[in-house]
Design a protein around this ligand. Structure first.
Ligand SMILES: Cc1cc2nc3c(=O)[nH]c(=O)nc-3n(C[C@H](O)[C@H](O)[C@H](O)COP(=O)(O)O)c2cc1C
Length: 197
């Protein structure tokens, strides 16, 4: 390669690397749909991501599934489901900030809420739903009277931040567990879809 061409190719290659690329790792539509659905989730260790994907599966895979850290533009969607993993009684700060900042886009399109929590490995009660959905997610989003699902999640030591793992392992009776149920997430997805046909 001539020296001039080499320099040109090098500069073009470097410029391409500088163009920021939007991540869309989970963006997919397995099945075509006349309506545009999005599931937006926040997670630390992945259970809420799986819940989001399974909710979409319950809708025959017509929803795009986004991690809130992608900061997706949801204005092109007709229907949105939002939810996330719970730590200290809250979804992540990124999710809370995103919901607040994008309320004008999300509010008119919001069709369902979900939360994924440990709940001390106990079954979900109406009080848990009221605390995590009505008094938390719905209070941030300003929409009530839509379907919601609270799912028991997972603890996986190897996926946790080391300092968090250390603290958690000091808690009496705390152990690894997997209580997330694909069929429950899918049933919720179906329920939301049915309500918006
Ligand atoms: C540091 C920490 C704090 C948690 N706080 C709560 C809580 O307040 N209430 C609850 O029900 N579950 C709590 N959990 C359990 C998580 O909600 C559960 O493990 C969930 O599956 C995590 O979702 P993720 O894998 O998507 O991050 C906590 C877990 C961790 C690691």
């Amino acid at each position: 390669m001539k020296k001039r061409n080499f320099i040109k190719a090098f500069l073009l290659g470097s410029a391409a690397l500088m163009v920021p690329r939007r991540s869309s790792a989970l963006e997919y539509y397995p099945r075509p749909s006349g309506k545009k659905w999005a599931v937006l989730y926040s997670t630390w260790c992945g259970s809420a991501r799986d819940a989001g994907v399974w909710i979409s599966e319950g809708m025959d895979g017509i929803a795009n599934v986004f991690d809130v850290r992608e900061k997706p533009d949801l204005s092109g969607y007709d229907h949105i489901i939002v939810g996330g993993a719970i730590r200290s009684g809250r979804v992540s700060q990124e999710m809370q900030d995103f919901l607040t900042k994008n309320q004008a886009v999300i509010k008119p399109r919001l069709r369902g809420y979900f939360a994924v929590c440990g709940n001390m490995m106990q079954p979900v009660t109406p009080e848990v739903t009221s605390r995590l959905i009505d008094r938390h997610l719905a209070a941030i989003c300003g929409v009530t009277g839509i379907p919601s699902g609270v799912f028991l999640g997972r603890i996986t030591w190897g996926l946790m931040e080391p300092d968090v793992r250390e603290q958690m392992q000091k808690m009496p009776g705390m152990k690894e567990y997997d209580n997330l149920k694909r069929d429950e997430c899918m049933a919720f997805g179906r329920e939301v879809l049915e309500k918006n046909k």
